[in-house]
Design a binder for this molecule. Structure first.
Ligand code: SF4
Length: 63
């Protein structure tokens, strides 16, 4: 599974980072950095929570 970010929707608040720190990081400028494009089995639950928790619905998974 691959993480897709809609950068025009992302506001950089970092909820995804707190829910799936292995996959997301928000830098000092408020830009979202994907730490991995492909989600491991181990990180999948956290990424799913991040997708649900993102207030702007900027994240999705693609197989
Ligand atoms: S939770 Fe959503 S809006 Fe916030 S940084 Fe992550 S992708 Fe961007």
């Amino acid at each position: 599974m691959k993480i897709i970010v809609d950068r025009s929707a992302c506001t950089g608040l970092g909820i995804c980072e707190s829910l799936a720190p292995n996959c997301f990081e928000v830098d000092d400028a408020g830009d979202l950095i994907l730490l991995t494009e492909t989600v491991s089995e181990e990180d999948l639950e956290g990424v799913r929570q991040a997708i649900e928790g993102c207030p702007t619905e900027a994240l999705r998974l693609e197989s």
